[in-house]
Ligand binder design. Structure first.
Ligand code: ADP
Length: 486
């Protein structure tokens, strides 16, 4: 890995607290999911590290919050520029520790940097309002103020973008931040810390710590100083953090699991819909919370769709993310392969048709690989594949007779993050997108996230929005001021 980095100083294994690199007690090794090579030996700064980082962030907040937003924006913008300048190296770190193919990894870096640039701009537009009051001789107005110290816990599927998407708006809004990245992918997070330091972001304003998740999570959620916890990850951990955060009534922003339906109507362009399914399903080997989980095909076009998907899926090249032409890398680890295999076995047992794939490639390819798979589930929405987030390269197609049933089945899940709809009927576009209980709807579009738009879910998929003006607002408190005796 080091050989591939142009700037070797981006390879960090210590935690970054108050502008200094801090060693903890020996902890886990980071390994490549493509070939199981050991990439780094990490250390655990534990509860003490979390407390130190929070104390540093609290001290830094005193001055950071009063710094002009123009000054903060300039530093955040500098961070963006450095991220773009080092996009190749950051991409290599992602490919090494998470496995996604290098072009996709580099794409994640650029996508994530987009939030940094956007936040630097958007924070300048954090305007208050003047309000009519019922009291004679009085005036009222609102101001947005940074909420305070923010603690973030991030996942491994987007090791870079999930950090920038939370931290850049927080920093630009005037908050200080402590991040705990996923143990599988700490290197991307620490490289971002190094670049933040080079950008001139003051000591204590941005901290990244590695170590035992429950111990650090406890400190984050129980601390009186931390005013907000931002989390992206699984729904069970999100629920736990929400419960823990209730002891101090912190704000929580939770981006949790999904179970995205992908509705394809009989009037859709089937070739474009099949391209859309592939783009949504196989990005990050299907390990994203917005991945198409249930392809719900209108019965008249189901056979044509399945044929179009089969051709595309059989053409996918699986392998190490550095190999030219590979578009699907490994899953994050062997347990993930075993979990996906169990879901597929359940489908096989229940009589679903496996058109292609349906097996682990771990032995054949020497890493945690799973074959791109196409399964026809018919009308069986009781398949585990339909009830749980697959988080793997398995495309499961169902066939349903009517529009109303399609909507009802799409909504019959506790999750509500992203949904997709392919149709060319403008009435259906409005009718169905309004009827789907999801936070984001891609109509003839397989990807919905961008720096300018709100990303987030309803129901058990989470609370709060990242991106756009909403992403910055999340990190502010709205204060009302009443002046009388004018
Ligand atoms: P996954 O199963 O995909 O790894 P998780 O929700 O377990 O998803 O992980 C997302 C993030 O949450 C990671 O940074 C992980 O270390 C962290 N995490 C896991 N368990 C806890 C916990 N009990 N308290 C705080 N953070 C946790």
């Amino acid at each position: 890995l080091l050989d591939r980095l142009k700037d070797k100083a981006l390879f960090k294994t210590q935690s970054f607290i108050n502008g200094a690199w801090v060693e903890g007690k020996p902890w886990i090794e980071v390994t490549s999911p493509s070939n199981r090579a050991v990439l780094a030996q990490m250390s655990d700064v534990g509860a003490k590290g979390a407390e130190d980082a929070i104390a540093a962030a609290a001290e830094a907040f005193k001055t950071w919050k009063t710094t002009s937003v123009f000054e903060r924006a300039a530093l955040v913008k500098k961070w963006h520029d450095l991220i773009i300048e080092h996009a190749d190296d950051l991409g290599h770190l992602i490919t090494a520790e998470m496995g996604k193919p290098f072009p996709e990894a580099r794409g994640e870096v650029v996508y994530g940097a987009g939030f940094v640039d956007w936040s630097a701009e958007e924070a300048k537009r954090s305007h208050g309002e003047t309000i009519q009051t019922p009291f004679p001789g009085s005036r009222g107005w609102t101001i947005h103020q940074p909420i305070g110290v923010v603690a973030c816990i991030t996942p491994w599927n987007f090791p870079s973008a999930m950090i920038t998407r939370k931290c850049a708006p927080a920093l630009a809004a005037g908050c200080t931040v402590v991040v705990k990245p996923a143990p599988e992918t700490p290197l991307s997070a620490l490289a971002l810390a190094e670049l933040a330091k080079r950008a001139g972001i003051p000591d204590g304003v941005f901290n990244v710590i590695t170590g035992d998740a429950p111990a650090i999570g406890d400190v984050f959620t129980q601390s009186d100083t931390v005013r907000m916890v931002g989390f992206t990850g699984s729904t069970p951990v999100g629920k736990l953090l929400m419960k823990q955060a209730s002891s101090t009534v912190k704000r929580v922003a939770l981006e949790l699991g999904g179970n995205a339906p992908f509705l394809i109507m009989d009037d859709a362009d089937i070739e474009k819909a099949a391209d859309g399914v592939i783009a949504s399903k196989f990005r990050a080997s299907g390990q994203t919370c917005v991945s198409a989980n249930r392809i719900i095909a209108h019965a008249p076009i189901a056979d044509k769709l399945i044929a179009a998907l089969k051709t595309r899926i059989e053409a996918i090249k699986v392998g190490d993310g550095l190999t030219e032409g590979v578009t699907v890398g490994p899953l994050i680890h062997d347990e993930a392969v075993a979990r996906v295999d169990k879901l597929v076995e359940n489908a096989r047992e229940r009589g679903a048709v496996i058109h292609t794939g349906g097996k682990s490639l771990a032995e054949e390819l020497g890493g945690s690989f799973y074959a791109p798979t196409l399964i026809e589930g018919g009308t069986d929405f009781e398949l585990e594949l339909a009830c749980f987030e697959i988080f793997g390269p398995v495309c499961a197609v169902y066939r349903v007779e009517t529009e109303d049933e399609m909507i009802e089945l799409a909504n019959s899940t506790p999750f509500g993050l992203a949904a997709y709809l392919y149709t060319r009927d403008v009435g259906r576009v409005h009718r169905i997108s309004e009827a789907l209980d999801f936070g984001m709807i891609g109509v003839n579009a397989p990807m919905v996230g961008s720096p300018a738009t709100p990303f987030g879910g309803v129901k058990e998929s989470g609370i709060g929005r990242e991106g756009g003006k909403w992403g910055v607002e999340e990190f502010t408190e709205l204060k009302f001021v009443l002046l009388s005796g004018v």
